[in-house]
Design a protein around this ligand. Structure first.
Ligand SMILES: Cc1cc2nc3c(=O)[nH]c(=O)nc-3n(C[C@H](O)[C@H](O)[C@H](O)COP(=O)(O)O)c2cc1C
Length: 207
């Protein structure tokens, strides 16, 4: 009945060279199902497999940390080669149901510095009504060098997603999550995009 009423949603389509079996897209939705250190476990695998089995045409995996040291607890990560074989299982589970899968690479604004959670940002501005971080405390103001390191992490994470056939990528702009009130800062976002694309390909989506 739903299929008859919303016929168009169930029709195939393309994004670039990527063929989708329908127009149902699951947006990135953080689960905090990962293990400590950002590894994917059975719970995450089951979660995404269930969505693929349910008929989603394109799954965009939750915002995953470009660096496991620069993450909130239990956030999934693409930050180390050792973490990638388990991501491959998620990809395989999606493909089993002819779903396509992409991943969002996302810095959460919180980093783990010697066991301590530290919020970082491009400027030491307190965010009102902050839903993450340490209320009332200004974030650590990243230096140019520190920002460059984080851009490098984004690029490396994009390369891992590409190598392991996560079928596309979408990044959350570093500064959109680092800067209050989440407004992207074009120069840094452009640098992330350029760095990530240099490690992958422009037409990443088709894989
Ligand atoms: C629990 C939860 C986790 C989310 N995690 C992410 C995330 O990791 N990355 C992101 O870009 N958006 C995230 N979102 C936003 C969703 O992807 C989506 O854009 C939002 O729920 C609005 O979609 P809707 O209009 O279909 O409800 C999250 C939303 C919820 C409720």
């Amino acid at each position: 009945m739903i299929a008859a009423r919303f016929k168009k949603i169930f029709e195939p389509t393309r994004i670039g060279q990527m063929q989708l079996k329908n127009r149902i897209v699951m947006p990135p939705t953080g689960t905090n199902y990962a293990e400590k250190g950002g590894a994917i476990g059975q719970r995450t695998l089951d979660y995404y497999e269930a969505r693929a089995r349910g008929g989603v045409g394109l799954i965009i995996v939750e915002g995953s940390a470009p660096d496991p040291q620069r993450t909130v607890l239990y956030q999934a990560s693409l930050g180390d080669d050792n973490l990638i074989p388990r991501w491959q299982k998620v990809t395989d589970a999606a493909h089993k149901y002819d779903a396509r899968i992409a991943i969002q690479i996302m810095h959460s604004t919180i980093e783990n510095w010697d066991g301590k959670a530290v919020q970082v940002g491009p400027s030491p501005v307190i965010v009102p009504a902050r839903f993450m971080g340490t209320p009332g405390n200004p974030p650590h103001e990243l230096t140019e060098q520190e920002i460059a390191e984080r851009i490098g992490s984004f690029a490396a994470a994009a390369r891992r997603a590409r190598l392991r056939a996560l079928m596309g990528w979408r990044f959350t702009v570093l500064t959109s999550t680092l800067s209050p009130p989440f407004s992207p800062q074009p120069p840094t976002s452009a640098k992330i995009s350029t760095a990530a694309q240099s490690r992958t390909r422009q037409d990443f989506w088709w894989r």
